[in-house]
Ligand binder design. Structure first.
Ligand SMILES: C[S@@+](CC[C@H](N)C(=O)[O-])C[C@H]1O[C@@H](n2cnc3c(N)ncnc32)[C@H](O)[C@@H]1O
Length: 450
């Protein structure tokens, strides 16, 4: 690795952490370094058309810029990873500019482009363009694609197919991962879209798959996939007429969306309790305005699908309560695109917003009547309940006094105390060997605390 790139990587932190937690994530892992080492000669030969997908904390994007890429287009599925890249770009900008000035000593970088200190709140003009959607523009004409291998073959399939279609025919795709997470099926997935696929030697327990020569004889894109759910729990939750032959809910899923186009078992268990959810089913405009709701909500009830995935719960809410405002939110771009498509496929509307634990929901505090939540307990490969706790806090904030949070979770997680602290009195509604469904009633005490 060049000294410039090493200096940039040394500045990065595993945002939002500071890197000091012994079992916490590292900002730059062995896979990032292997990818950048393999990419260095390719970037030197051809510094344009570099695309990064799935950067965890910004090491690939900022590393590629430090290696001399003129510009880098980047897409990260999770908005939390985008925030990490943004924070690290600010941290590393001074080092990056200083390195560029040294590298182009014969053509000095103008002084105004070499800030003394990183500017904390200004966009950093480093030559990177963030695409919040996984769209053809991201990949058009790409000559080098750097990729941290995703956890699922479905996500890899969608990535590979789209790179093969939209990138330059001379593109090189470098996909890196931890050896223990890599399978031969990944080679097969890449092989379905590229004529040449090879593997690098392993280094520090990481390895690369290298794909070249996009196939021209490929069929239609596999993703998004569509399925029709006709499970009893779904039909009951949407009040589908008993014997209607076409009753059901259409689900649309992109490769990176949770559970694909299927119904998760936890979600099914939550739907089985729909008959006990609060009744928000009055016709539009006939409900009295809640004293807690702002005028723009027109007195209509508000229901939220927090961590919406493909939007099955949001669609159920919209079908079950036609008079309600429904909002769906997820940190994943693929989830939000899927949820919007699922809602449209069922002929209903809801606001879909990408955000971290519901932080960008356009809702004032104390304005929601009902929140449904099937929280995540994995962050990529790692077991993590951090996001779940932040989602409980969001539910506590947006629900009005008397509003309800319905949560389904793996019984072993014992969330009840945390739900009581974040929202209010919580009762176990249903339990099976695997899942628990709780109802938390938002209760505001006179001093404003829960
Ligand atoms: C268990 S899945 C549930 C999906 C969907 N509600 C369902 O029932 O099928 C959890 C969802 O939370 C999302 N998620 C994970 N961390 C998140 C975060 N920090 N902020 C928002 N959403 C998050 C995941 O992308 C995933 O779609």
């Amino acid at each position: 690795m060049s000294p410039e790139a090493d200096a940039v990587l040394a500045r990065l932190l595993p945002y939002p952490e500071d890197g000091t937690r012994a079992d916490g994530p590292v900002a730059v892992d062995a896979t990032d370094r292997l990818l950048l080492d393999e990419a260095a000669p390719l970037i030197e030969r051809d510094p344009d058309g570099v695309v990064v997908i799935g950067d965890r904390f910004g090491a690939l994007t900022l590393g590629a810029l430090a290696l001399g890429a003129n510009s880098v287009r980047v897409h990260q599925d999770a908005i939390t990873a985008e925030a990490a890249l943004d924070a690290n770009a600010k941290r590393a900008s001074q080092t990056l500019w200083a390195g560029r000035a040294r590298a182009t000593a014969n053509a000095p970088v103008p002084d105004e482009l070499v800030p003394d200190e990183p500017v904390p709140h200004e966009p950093v003009p480093l030559g990177m363009t963030v695409h919040d959607k996984f769209e053809p523009r991201l990949l058009a004409g790409a000559r080098l694609v750097l990729l941290q291998l995703p956890a699922s073959l479905a996500e890899l399939t969608e990535l590979a197919e789209r790179v093969a279609r939209h990138a330059d025919p001379g593109v090189t795709l470098l996909a890196g991962g931890r050896v223990k997470h890599m399978t031969h099926a990944m080679n097969d997935v890449l092989g379905a879209s590229f004529t040449q696929v090879s593997a690098s030697l392993a280094r520090q327990k990481s390895r690369l798959l290298i794909a070249r020569e996009p196939r021209s004889d490929v069929g239609p894109l596999t993703y998004p996939v569509t399925a029709r759910l006709t499970d009893r729990e779904v039909l009951d939750a949407i009040n589908a007429p008993e014997a209607a032959p076409d009753a059901g809910l259409t689900v649309v899923a992109h490769g990176a969306a949770f559970a694909g186009a299927a119904l998760d078992l936890g979600t099914r268990f939550l739907l089985a309790q729909a008959h006990r959810w609060p009744d928000l089913s009055d016709a539009p405009g006939t409900l009295p305005a809640s004293p807690h709701s702002p005028n723009y909500l027109d007195g209509r009830p508000v229901a939220v699908d927090l961590g919406c995935g493909t939007g099955i719960l949001a669609t159920v809410l919209a079908l079950r309560y036609p008079g309600a405002h429904v909002l769906a939110t997820d940190r994943s771009a693929a989830a939000c695109t899927s949820a919007a498509a699922t809602l449209a496929a069922n002929g209903v509307r809801a606001a879909v917003v990408r955000g971290d634990a519901g932080d960008s929901l356009p809702l004032p505090d104390g304005s929601a009547d009902l929140v449904l939540l099937n929280p995540p307990f994995h962050d990529r490969a790692a077991l993590s309940t951090d996001a779940a706790h932040r989602m409980f806090a969001t539910a506590g904030r947006i629900l009005h006094d008397g509003g309800e949070l319905w949560t389904v979770f793996n019984t072993g997680l014992h969330y009840r105390r945390a739900l009581e602290r974040a929202v209010g009195p919580t009762e176990h509604i249903a339990q099976n060997p695997k899942f628990t469904v709780t109802r938390s009633l938002r209760k505001v005490l006179t001093d404003g605390s829960v």
